[in-house]
Design a protein around this ligand. Structure first.
Ligand code: ATP
Ligand code: MG
Length: 254
């Protein structure tokens, strides 16, 4: 089992979209996948058509009042389960900071999942800030996958998350943390987007996915139907791209 945090402290770069669609595409290929929604916005939860209720968010598992395994819910998709989020997660930040357990809470919460080794991949959809939920995710995961928007200032966001990962490693909280890769998203064929891709590939050749996710209105509208893009627009370019990203992900994990 591998735990992969989908992280980039820059907002709106496609973290949730990647978490949902990559999870679903891997599940469709027969991998056992669990998606944990670490964001109080609960975007991944609603994107899969699930209504989160307070008692079913991750909150009690983070403060040691429930087992994470008991919060797992089916998504009505084969091989794909979720631990939903709820707005109550925004309150956990204060609680965890005060208790001083923010670096270890998610690692402790996922210990049972690691022992049972039931899932092939556990994805963490992290929020867009360097708060407690983000740091606890980075301390609990094996790898970080970074979605990057093909736009101006994307590289700046990328170097910042690489720096944060370095700090987490150096602090001893997660010395073996690996940067799994960079998935470039919201691509449209413009000079700027092509230049961003070129720069990322030049700077981090073995990290950048070959697959690039195109900008498509289908991707943006799918969550309003509680659907993945593969369900909403199975033969569209973005759907095929996420399926290719899943194949590439599997290849990279052999
Ligand atoms: N390939 C795409 N084509 C078009 N729209 C997209 C694409 N990927 C994501 N979007 C849209 O862009 C917006 C931001 O995407 P998303 O929510 O995945 O980003 P995020 O990084 O999770 O944001 P946040 O930082 O707020 O958590 C959403 O409205 C989403 O539907
Ligand atoms: Mg998000």
């Amino acid at each position: 089992m591998k735990i992969i945090a989908i992280a980039n402290q820059k907002g709106g770069v496609g973290k949730t979209t990647t978490a949902v669609n990559l999870s679903a595409a891997l599940a469709a290929r027969g991998k056992r996948v669990l998606l944990i929604d670490m964001d109080s916005q609960a975007n991944a939860t609603s994107a899969l058509g699930i209504e989160a209720e307070s008692e079913q968010s991750l909150y009690p598992a983070l403060v040691g009042q429930a087992l994470l395994e008991d919060l797992v819910r089916p998504t009505n998709r084969r091989n794909l389960s979720i631990v939903p989020a709820h707005i109550d997660l925004s309150g956990v930040e204060v609680e965890l900071t005060q208790s001083g357990t923010h670096l270890s809470c998610m690692r402790d919460a996922t210990a049972g999942l690691r022992r049972s080794n039931f899932y092939d991949y556990v994805f963490l959809d992290t929020p867009p800030s360097l708060g407690v939920l983000m740091t606890s995710s980075l301390c609990a995961c094996d790898e970080v996958l970074t979605p990057v928007q093909c736009e101006f200032l994307s590289l700046e966001g990328l170097s910042r998350i690489l720096y944060v990962m370095e700090q987490i490693r150096d602090s001893g909280s997660n010395p073996n943390l690996v940067h799994e890769g960079i998935l470039m998203s919201m691509y449209s064929n413009t000079k700027l987007a092509n230049e961003v891709i070129r720069q990322v590939r030049e700077a981090l050749p073995d990290k950048a996915y070959e697959t690039v996710i195109p900008r498509s209105v289908r991707v943006a509208e799918a969550p309003s139907f509680g659907q993945t893009v593969m369900e909403h627009d199975p033969y569209g370019a973005a759907s095929l791209a996420y399926q290719n990203a899943a194949k590439e992900f599997i290849r990279r994990h052999r």
